[in-house]
Design a binder for this molecule. Structure first.
Ligand code: ATP
Ligand code: MG
Length: 412
């Protein structure tokens, strides 16, 4: 679990602000739900034979003996919140969330035990246009933050019957190469063979690559749906690769699944993953409601921004206030509060803890502020403020206190 220090937080804020703008532009609304849920919610939705439920959840008993877990992902809690609050019946919802998720993973680059996701979920739309919209929205994220090194992969898992048919063929295929399966895959063979396709073990790569093609077993309606998704993406000019071996690490998906992947982050190359999950709402106890969504791994996006050299600069203060003597320091409080009240968005760093003019100017320079306002005893007596430009060569000025607001408005 990582601390996010001040030298990093501005990058997170940059990302969150940009993404929020995209979400606003699509009229998605934010939903906030708890970090802790009953364990059963996750085992029922994510699936018993998944990495998450088998070995990654932070599970504990509360004082009442009830089993609770820190959320390992957002979708289950989002669905629960929507059902409980009556947001789904006969309605469409377009929602987003962000926050910490918890998984007991083997820590490595791009894999943490507390990590952050920003996710979206739509409810009540069975049509392929919802699948296309969420994919488009994710593409807009990358465009807005300046990321180009990501590739969209899509696939369709079909419906329950077609998946059952495929499952038989797949089990047969893996059974014929039983000795090549790793321990995890052997265990999954009976309970959840599709998950073997999602194996991260490089020794399994060849076997997975030659596995039967899921798309050849699609039912007609799923095929039409998948076709339609692709037509929408084509119309929007989004390029993609159909990857018939793309399945997800969670059990609740059907039909469209997709991932945005990069080759620039080593093994942990998936930065965004999602798909359709029409069965989940009913499975959790609501009325059947079609749904589609995705989650992006914020840590991985931030790592990718760095690797790709996308420059994000922190916001520097507009003004540093240098003050000397009791009267000067008092006046500094008065001037800074007038400026903050009058000029929306102004950022003022007021010198704290005294010090000589020289040491205060050193701090002013270091702060990166564009302007220093100087208030000594002399300035207080004359009712003026000294104004010094810190990053450009311009004459120092003096401004009367009564005009400081209008002068600063001109300057910043
Ligand atoms: P993976 O196959 O990488 O384990 P997953 O199938 O478990 O991913 P999801 O549950 O779909 O992933 O999560 C969506 C995204 O959240 C992932 O694509 C990834 O970017 C990010 N993510 C998942 N687990 C972690 C983690 N432990 N640390 C950091 N980011 C993560
Ligand atoms: Mg995982």
């Amino acid at each position: 679990m990582n601390d996010c220090l001040p030298e990093q937080t501005y990058i997170w804020q940059f990302l969150e602000e940009k993404i929020k703008k995209v979400l606003d532009s699509y009229c998605y609304k934010e939903i906030r739900f708890p970090i802790v849920e009953k364990t059963a919610l996750f085992t029922r939705s994510i699936g018993e034979v998944t990495d998450i439920v088998e070995k990654e959840m932070y599970t504990f008993e509360d004082r009442n003996g009830e089993s609770l877990s820190l959320r390992p992902e957002g979708t289950a809690g989002c669905v629960r919140a929507c059902i409980e609050n009556g947001l789904l019946h006969n309605q469409q919802q377009k929602l987003w969330y962000k926050g910490q998720m918890f998984r007991y993973e083997k820590p490595q680059k791009g894999r943490y035990r507390q990590f952050n996701q920003i996710g979206i979920e739509t409810y009540g739309i069975a049509d392929a246009d919802a699948d296309a919209e969420v994919i488009l929205l994710s593409a807009d994220f990358w465009r807005t933050i300046g990321l180009t090194d990501v590739e969209l992969q899509i696939n369709s898992l079909g419906d329950e019957q077609s998946r059952a048919k495929y499952r038989e063929v797949l089990v047969e295929y893996f059974r014929n190469s039983y000795e090549l399966l790793d321990e995890d895959s052997k265990r999954r063979l009976e309970k959840n063979p599709l998950r073997i396709l999602d194996s991260k073990n490089p020794e399994m790569a060849d076997l997975v690559k030659n596995a039967p093609n899921l798309l050849e077993y699609l039912d007609e309606e799923s095929e039409r749906h998948f076709q339609r998704v692709q037509e929408y993406l084509n119309a929007a000019g989004i390029s993609y690769v159909v990857n018939p071996r793309l399945v997800r690490g969670l059990d609740y998906y059907n039909r469209t699944v997709f991932e945005w992947v990069t080759t620039k982050l080593g093994a942990q190359g998936t930065v965004c993953a999602g798909g359709r999950y029409d069965g989940l709402v009913e499975q959790i106890g609501g009325r059947a409601t079609p749904a589609v969504g995705f989650a992006i791994g914020v840590e991985r996006i931030i790592a990718l921004l760095e690797v790709c050299g996308v420059e994000i600069s922190s916001k520097l203060p507009n003004v540093y206030i240098v003050s000397l003597g009791d009267k000067g320091q008092e006046q500094a409080f008065s001037v800074s509060s007038i400026l903050r009240n009058e000029i929306d968005g102004i950022t003022i760093m007021q010198n704290s803890g005294g010090g000589s003019f020289k040491s205060q100017f050193k701090k002013a320079d270091k702060s990166g502020a564009g302007i220093a306002l100087v208030i000594g005893e002399d300035e207080v007596e004359k009712g003026i403020v000294g104004l010094k430009y810190l990053r450009e060569k311009r004459e120092q000025e003096t401004v009367s206190v009564s005009e400081i607001v209008s002068r600063m408005r001109e300057l910043i």
